[in-house]
Write a protein that binds this ligand. Structure first.
Ligand code: MRU
Length: 353
């Protein structure tokens, strides 16, 4: 299984996801700014992965800075958090992880020396990475319980939610992995995921390397497949889930959910508790990242539209809760109406302030 990152102690090594699947190039992030830029430019992407990368960026910053005590470093630490949370606006995992470490920081003694501070920040980053991996495996197990006893599943997914987008295993792709391991998977339909092609470049890469049967289709072919082939379930990931279950995920997810409902295909969202945002009542207030128009008008640096063409590139959209059959979390599957189930989920861990 591929991993998105590897912390060496002196640097954060990130596989450059922009170059996959044909080139496996690792970049060496030795300071906070390099990692922040790697999040912005999609070297590392996927909601849980960017949260973990951000915490390792804080470790690098504390390591690189010259200071004697926490009191000397505190201001720079909080500036670093600000820089990291300005990288990408939609995935709440990043904000939840930074807020948790900021809350811990409020309890640190001013006299704490650098030699004792560094292990604290490192432990926070390592704990997030470890718990993300365990969480994904639990999501996978719960999701696999959805398999019908009648036979193997044909599952459609969007974007990349696998080991490249998390600390390992994946969320929606974790469900697919678990189905496969349990012998309950027949085929994965992979949306190519315009414009950034996370599906055809990254999800296909992960499935290919593990011998999981798949085929790629254009995003707009989902209706065709549901009409003329057998699609038993759609499972996607999430970047932020509001208190009522409205879900922000990669652009195209909303139209996929509409198409699934029309064809009576169950539509599931697989996401950890850290993707839920209790402060946002519904999807209307989820910030949607607008990415550069060139991601649409160019491909591999070559223009694929008139040079003067304007393009709008919302990177995410919001699927209303009413289109979602269930939310697969590490604690189990939440069914509609989601409000109460989400509140219960949020009580199972510490809440974002
Ligand atoms: O822009 P990206 O590639 O970071 O978007 C990723 C997604 O939308 C994923 O579906 C989501 O982050 C869940 S990853 C487990």
């Amino acid at each position: 299984m591929f991993t998105a990152m590897n912390f060496t102690g002196d640097s954060l090594r990130l596989i450059d996801q922009r170059r996959l699947p044909h080139e496996e190039i690792w970049i060496e992030g030795q300071d906070l700014e390099t990692v922040a830029q790697a999040i912005e430019n999609m070297t590392v992407r996927g909601a849980p992965a960017i949260a973990t990368a951000a915490l390792y960026a804080l470790v690098l910053d504390a390591k690189n800075a010259s200071f004697r005590t926490w009191a000397d470093y505190r201001a720079r630490f909080f500036q670093g958090c600000q820089r990291l949370q300005a990288t990408r606006p939609t995935a709440v995992n990043l904000f939840n992880a930074l807020n948790a470490v900021r809350q811990a920081a409020d309890t640190w003694s001013s006299e704490l020396p650098k030699a004792e501070l560094l292990p604290l920040i490192t432990a926070a980053a390592q704990a997030l990475e470890k718990s993300d991996l365990e969480t994904c495996r639990a999501i996978g197990e719960h999701g696999a319980s959805l398999a019908s006893s009648a036979g193997s599943m044909r599952v459609l997914t969007h974007c990349n939610t696998g080991s490249l987008a998390t600390a390992g295993y994946g969320t929606a792709l974790g469900v697919i992995r678990s189905l496969y391991t349990q012998g309950k998977l027949e085929h994965v339909y992979v949306d190519e995921t315009r414009p950034y092609l996370q599906g055809s470049r990254l999800t296909a890469f992960e499935l290919q390397s593990e011998g999981i049967p798949y085929s790629i289709q254009t995003d707009s072919a989902a209706a065709y497949l549901m009409r003329y082939e057998r699609v038993d379930m759609v499972v996607v990931g999430a970047d932020r889930i509001a208190a009522n279950g409205d879900t922000a995920n990669k652009v195209g997810t909303y139209s996929l959910a509409i198409v699934a409902q029309y064809h009576g295909v169950p539509f599931y969202v697989a996401a950890p508790r850290s993707t839920f945002d209790p402060l946002i009542p519904d999807g209307r207030s989820i910030p949607i990242e607008m990415r550069p128009p060139q991601e649409i008008t160019e491909h591999g640096g070559h223009p694929i539209a008139p040079r003067q063409a304007q393009a709008k590139n919302p990177s995410f959209d919001v699927t209303p809760a009413s289109l979602i059959s269930g939310l697969i979390t590490e604690y189990g599957i939440i069914r509609a109406p989601f409000g109460e189930g989400i509140q219960e989920l949020l009580r199972k861990g510490c809440q974002r302030s």
